[in-house]
Ligand binder design. Structure first.
Ligand code: NAG
Ligand code: NAG
Ligand code: NAG
Ligand code: NAG
Ligand code: NAG
Ligand code: NAG
Ligand code: NAG
Ligand code: CA
Length: 597
């Protein structure tokens, strides 16, 4: 009584759930929400026609005989009956499709082989992979004395046996009988000639001897995934009544295989990422059929949700965990609205400490990088636009005469973050369009240093004496050799917003300039470069003049000399411009012996 009550409640619940849910897609999503999920199990054979080698009456109509009643005891054999079969007469045809029609709406239909066949084959081909759980067959003829149930995972190229069936496993297949040895590949359980009709054969892919906890684990898949199922009928056997009753009919008229029903239970295969499937390609359109194309959830894609959706490859794909219920969803890549797909890159994944492996594909809007997080060469961030804006990157606008390509990356026209151009020697300004203070003669080779300690006319080079009372800042002794480093883009920050045409001094605006140390190499390296002057000098002092530095040195050795004669005495020098990236920085370690150009 108690049990019946529970069954009734469960049934009622099911009815209520199904009927109150108007939006089935929403319902599906809820079921999959935060959980691994899978489509319901159904009869895979419905709507799919098995292939057999023969059918009764395929050429000419055949007369055949049978025992009509289910025989439980050998003593009570009924009288055999005889009738004819013909494929040309619908009422007398017994087609392969009669095995898989609906047991309830079309009861009592069956497939029958041609008479006298020794070997038959019943094959069920699926358009894609399915998860097979068990098969039930109901024979009309006596069950075969020997047969094999096989499956293929490669659309019929190779086959593996699920189970051997024989009246005597050792004699027929050389295998142990699973009645004697649990888990054996062969059984005699379903090979008895009794009953002579309506004898069943049942096989389960998952039985108590091969327990599997996670139905999506590789072992479970190896066992349950199929693209084809076939039954090889290898040996007929007669109904014992034939001999017992001394039938008058020719034995040949009983010599065939016949099957009422072939029920293949299983489900669409979705790796734990779908609750619903739809028709796959040329597959059967029947409403009752189990369809093969998963309606993927958890940001997965593919017929079997076997990969992540195009924009969701930040983590490696994994199947849902049927044991713990973990959905193992695919995670969206961060591409800042500049890409529609990403791929998973194992090296990126490893270098991120297994946190993120997504690499955006085909970054649009002149962006670049794994996450489309920076501007591509020739473009720079527009600080007034958000990184996710299509206008986030602006084309570099550099003076063609005064600028060169980047030094850190030859393909850069301007700094990708600031937009500052890379200037030729002696040239300054964010677009490299004028001479640095203390330099003159803007042209193809940049600007030349003034032939005087102070400033000079930028066009004529004529010295000015107006800088005598200018304030000098002392460069700290032992300071680091500064440069702008190519810091990783930080798209969350609108850094460096200055608009001034002036470059900035690292001393006066330490927050605007990022500096890094750079070792000066051997003096002979400088001699091989294109520099006009190479001297070895002792630095006496250095002064920050805002746009450039003035360094007073004692010249010790002249290795290469240009137009202007350099004596071995105290002298002011003006190192090459560093304003080309927005900052000017002293480059020497004052007080130390250094080489300089
Ligand atoms: C039916 O006819 C085909 C060719 O016409 C022949 O190969 C086949 O053996 C015949 N089958 C039977 C059961 O007679
Ligand atoms: C099965 O066949 C083997 C050898 O052919 C025989 O020894 C054995 O007795 C048979 N078993 C049964 C149950 O008939
Ligand atoms: C230079 O930049 C381009 C584009 O931003 C990049 O593909 C390339 O790898 C960079 N080269 C080096 C040496 O950093
Ligand atoms: C500067 O960059 C452009 C475009 O990338 C390239 O064609 C040119 O050869 C580069 N020049 C130098 C000197 O590297
Ligand atoms: C990026 O900027 C934010 C906000 O200023 C800061 O918290 C974060 O540490 C920065 N990240 C990097 C890699 O510099
Ligand atoms: C060079 O400068 C040093 C330090 O300022 C000074 O002691 C020295 O006399 C100067 N020598 C010449 C030749 O001016
Ligand atoms: C000169 O520079 C070298 C290398 O950086 C350093 O080891 C040495 O101490 C410096 N000498 C003086 C006098 O600062
Ligand atoms: Ca049937």
């Amino acid at each position: 009584m108690q049990n019946k009550g529970i069954t009734f409640i469960v049934f009622l619940e099911w009815i209520v759930t199904v009927h109150t849910d108007s939006d089935s897609a929403k319902f599906q999503r809820l079921r999959c929400d935060g959980h691994s999920c899978n489509p319901p199990v159904g009869n895979l054979a419905i709507g799919r026609t098995p292939v057999t080698l023969t059918a009764c009456g395929q050429n000419v109509s055949e007369l055949y005989c049978f025992y009509p009643e289910v025989q439980r005891t050998p003593i009570s054999c009924s009288q055999s009956q005889c009738t004819k079969c013909s494929l040309n007469q619908p009422e007398n045809s017994h087609l392969p499709s009669h095995m898989t029609d609906d047991v309830f709406s079309s009861p009592g239909t069956w497939w029958q082989s041609a008479q006298g066949v020794l070997r038959e084959e019943i094959r069920l081909d699926f358009e894609t992979e399915f998860y097979f759980t068990h098969v039930i067959m109901v024979f009309r003829s006596p069950r075969p004395a020997a047969m094999v149930l096989e499956r293929s995972l490669d659309h019929g190229k190779t086959w593996r046996a699920y189970k051997y069936f024989a009246t005597n496993c050792t004699a027929t297949f050389g295998l142990q009988d699973d009645l004697n040895e649990e888990g054996s590949l062969c059984t005699s359980r379903y090979s008895d000639p009794w009953p002579c009709t309506k004898g069943e054969v049942i096989f389960r892919a998952l039985n108590p001897t091969n327990r599997i906890e996670d139905p999506y684990s590789p072992q479970a898949q190896a066992l349950m995934k199929i693209t084809n199922l076939r039954l090889l009928l290898l040996k007929r056997q007669d109904c014992p009544c034939q001999a017992a009753s001394g039938s008058q009919e020719k034995p040949q008229r009983f010599a065939y295989y016949a099957i009422y029903d072939l029920i293949v239970r299983g489900s669409c295969f979705c790796n734990g990422h779908a609750e619903e499937c739809e028709q796959a390609g040329s597959a059967p359109g029947s409403e009752a059929a189990v369809h093969g194309n998963c309606v993927c959830q958890h940001n997965t894609a593919g017929r079997h949700c076997e990969k992540c959706a195009p924009m969701y490859n930040d983590l490696p794909w994994r199947p849902g965990d049927g044991k713990t219920g973990a959905p193992n969803e695919c995670r969206r890549c961060r591409c800042h609205n500049h890409a529609v797909s990403c791929r998973f890159d194992h090296n990126v994944w490893l270098s991120s400490g297994k946190k993120s492996g997504g690499v955006c594909e085909n970054c649009q809007h002149n962006t670049d990088g794994h996450r489309c997080q920076r501007c591509r060469a020739g473009y720079h961030r527009d600080p007034t636009e958000a990184i996710s804006s299509p206008l986030a990157c602006k084309e570099c606008s550099c003076n063609a005469v005064g600028s060169v390509n980047g030094t850190l990356n030859r393909s850069w026209k301007c700094h990708p973050k600031t937009g500052f151009c890379y200037c030729k020697p002696g040239v300054a300004g964010p677009y490299c369009h004028h001479c640095l203070r203390g330099y003159w003669g803007f042209g193809e080779n940049g600007c030349r240093p003034c032939d005087c300690a102070g400033d000079c006319d930028p066009d004529t080079g004529e010295c000015r004496n107006s800088n005598n009372n200018e304030q000098y800042l002392n460069v700290p002794i032992g300071g680091r050799i500064p440069d702008i480093i190519d810091s990783p883009a930080n798209e969350s920050e609108d850094d460096w917003k200055w608009t001034s045409e002036q470059g900035f001094s690292a001393l006066r605006h330490p927050e605007k300039c990022v500096c890094k140390e750079r070792m000066l190499r051997s003096i002979t390296d400088f001699c091989q470069m294109k520099y006009a002057y190479v001297i070895k000098a002792r630095i006496l002092s250095a002064h920050d003049k805002g746009t450039h530095a003035e360094v007073v040195v004692k010249v010790r050795k002249i290795l290469k000399s240009g137009k202007v004669k350099i004596g071995r005495n105290n002298r002011s020098i003006y190192p090459e411009s560093w304003t080309n990236r927005g900052c000017t920085c002293p480059i020497l370690n004052p007080g130390n012996d250094s080489s300089h150009h």
